[in-house]
Design a protein around this ligand. Structure first.
Ligand SMILES: [Zn+2]
Length: 89
């Protein structure tokens, strides 16, 4: 394989640590759970942008997740949606 192509792919595989609580949580989920979680995050993000209501708030989403063993605080989700985290969303 071309050394550059190989290097690029390695960089992609080794993302800088999971400092964002949302990404950390996401990494512990199954692919199916991640997909569902992403839909909720997107919905929340869109609602934020358009100042509309979504079926979840960051707090209620955090509660559902925590109820199912994925402990996270609403403030962490809020921070993630607002781009105040290391993952760069
Ligand atoms: Zn994040």
């Amino acid at each position: 394989m071309d050394p550059l192509v190989e290097a690029l792919q390695q960089t992609t595989a080794q993302k800088p640590g999971f400092r964002c609580g949302v990404q950390k949580l996401r990494a512990s989920m199954s692919a199916e759970q991640q997909a569902a979680f992403d839909i909720e995050l997107d919905g929340l993000f869109q609602a934020r942008q358009t100042h509309t209501r979504y079926r979840h708030s960051a707090e209620s989403l955090a509660r559902v997740l925590s109820d199912h063993g994925f402990t996270i605080r609403g403030a962490v989700i809020q921070g993630h949606l607002a781009g105040r985290c290391a993952c760069g969303r």
